[in-house]
Design a protein around this ligand. Structure first.
Ligand SMILES: N[C@@H](CCC(=O)N[C@@H](CS)C(=O)NCC(=O)O)C(=O)O
Length: 202
């Protein structure tokens, strides 16, 4: 049985979303998004930085949301939600999948730190404005791509779970301008998926 270590309003929602899309059995270790749970000895034994998501599969403990998505697809399905290496969609699957943590999430992290996590007296307006500008710029090629595609790489795939979730978070942080209409419509398409809703509401 797969065990997902989870806290609400986090990247762990990506894994719930994936597991629900695939109809796989799993159990949830529901933690609070708070140091009392995430930085506990028990959780640091699973993840050295005390972060989520973490997946347990028998004796295996795995962290990094992208690695977990790939692992579940490859080991627990026959490659569903991922184009095969000889499929024309495969290179762009890789590109958008990795664009998520590589380019979009770093400014998202800064914005969350500067607006939610830090106490008001420690927040830095300049760092916040710079991250907002960077995020909006990083989302421009995604909007451009989606103007002519329903999903990021062929059919709905793991790339949509990774980057789509990051786009949803960016929208919630009010960093998707109204002019990015293809991206707004894409986020609405994702929000209409029952598995997505389970992912973000768990
Ligand atoms: N690149 C990692 C990022 C993991 C990460 O930073 N997760 C956040 C939640 S979205 C976390 O655990 N934050 C708690 C903390 O920073 O203490 C991944 O994709 O899994």
């Amino acid at each position: 049985m797969l065990i997902l270590h989870h806290a609400p309003n986090s990247r762990a929602g990506r894994i719930v979303w994936l597991l629900e899309e695939l109809g796989l059995d799993y159990s949830l270790n529901a933690m609070k998004f708070h140091p009392s749970d995430l930085k506990s000895d028990a959780h640091r034994a699973r993840h050295p930085l005390g972060r989520i998501p973490v997946l347990e599969d028998g004796p295996l403990t795995l962290w990094e949301s992208g690695a977990i998505v790939e692992y579940i697809i490859e080991r627990h399905t026959d490659g569903q939600l991922k184009p095969k290496p000889d499929d024309s969609a495969y290179p762009k699957y890789l590109q958008w999948f990795h664009y998520c943590e590589g380019m979009v999430m770093p400014p998202v992290n800064t914005i969350v730190v500067q607006t939610v996590l830090l106490p008001p007296e420690r927040r830095n307006e300049e760092a916040l404005a710079q991250a907002q500008k960077l995020l909006t710029r990083a989302l421009a090629p995604v909007d451009e791509h989606l103007a002519t595609h329903d999903f990021l790489a062929g059919d709905f795939s793991g790339a949509d779970i990774m980057l789509g979730h990051a786009c949803f978070m960016s929208n919630r942080l009010e960093c998707v301008p109204e002019t990015y209409s293809a991206l707004k419509a894409y986020i609405a398409r994702l929000e209409a998926r029952p598995a997505f809703n389970k992912g973000i509401s768990t």
